[in-house]
Design a protein around this ligand. Structure first.
Ligand code: NAD
Length: 291
């Protein structure tokens, strides 16, 4: 693929666009914040002056935004220029908005894929993200080689919206395991067990999880953990709360039971209400500790 538009150059979008540019794809980037367009230009991403300028002449447009409303607003705006192009939304949004975005693309004569990601900012920087894709086979086959420039795994999870379904189920597990890991470390502190001793035992035992061995909520255990950097994100509490709410809505609509998801949602909501929405979600350990 020769040219791509990348819309949304935030914590995730900027390193993803940079990876695409590094792979030799001519990438035009746009964000509402001019400072982010400038920063991305330093990574080899061509600065676009508007959405229209970004998508003009592109074969594919990738969006990396915060919410379903933002994705739909951007896709509506680019729809008149979308005929014959491929639209890929990598944001984490609700399944209904994802389906609406696919309908919009179809009406405009574009192919489309929902392709939310897992792997965080570190995965985006290293181009090792996992993409969970939903959409028709033809659209997925076109999206796969593009997404492979930014990730290590590109999975086809099913029809339209099934990428988002896989993502919210994954983050339901992540939100809960982070709280479980935090509870275990706080209990260890009370019992006089060192962080290092618990980490070494649990990371080769049945308590092992990504929350422990990649993103440990206490400092100095693993290199990429935001705990090492005063819980700077990483993945913000506000975004984890958003994903858990999406999972709770989906559970209510589909009749699935999600009692631990409900409890986790409440804990991250308290953390956000305490002014920690912008901190990494692993800072939930402070709430558990009663700080
Ligand atoms: P972010 O807030 O840093 O970036 C979103 C960007 O979109 C912002 O810079 C914003 O200015 C821009 N934007 C909004 N509306 C726009 C418009 N109309 N035109 C152009 N730009 C617009 O968020 P993020 O952390 O990069 O997350 C993006 C998405 O990825 C979210 O859906 C999030 O849930 C998901 N996600 C994030 C992580 C993570 O670790 N941060 C991990 C996996 C998935």
């Amino acid at each position: 693929m020769a040219r791509a538009a990348f819309i949304g150059l935030g914590n995730m979008g900027r390193p993803m666009a940079a990876a695409l540019a590094r792979a030799g794809v001519e990438t035009r980037g746009f964000d509402l914040k001019a400072s982010l367009i400038e920063a991305a230009a330093g990574d080899g991403v061509i600065a676009a002056s508007s959405l229209r300028d970004a998508i003009d002449g592109a074969d594919a447009a990738i969006t990396m935004l915060q919410s379903g409303d933002q994705t739909l607003a951007v896709w509506r705006e680019i729809a008149p220029q979308a005929r014959g192009k491929l639209l890929i939304d990598c944001s984490t949004i609700d399944v209904e908005s994802a389906r609406a975005a696919h309908r919009l693309a179809q009406k405009s004569g574009a192919l489309s894929v929902d392709a939310p990601v897992s792997g965080g900012v570190a995965g985006a920087k290293a181009a090792t993200l996992t993409f969970m894709c939903g959409g028709e086979e033809e659209a997925f086959s076109m999206a796969k080689p593009i997404l492979e420039h930014m990730g290590a795994h590109v999975l086809h999870c099913g029809g339209v919206g099934m990428g988002q379904a896989a993502k919210i189920c994954n983050n339901l597990m992540l939100g809960i395991t982070m709280i479980a890991t935090a509870e275990a470390f706080v209990l260890a502190e009370k019992l006089g067990l060192s962080h290092r001793a618990l980490f070494e035992a649990a990371s080769i035992s049945s308590g092992q999880s990504w929350s422990l061995t990649t993103y440990c909520p206490v400092p100095e255990m693993v290199p990429a953990s935001p705990a090492n950097n005063d819980y700077k994100p990483g993945f913000m509490t506000a975004l984890m709360l958003k994903d858990l709410r999406l999972a709770q809505e989906a559970a209510a609509q589909s009749g699935a039971a999600s009692p631990l998801g409900a409890a986790a949602t409440q804990l991250y909501a308290i953390q956000q209400a305490a002014g920690q929405g912008g901190a990494d979600f692993s800072s939930i350990i402070k709430l558990i500790r009663g700080e």
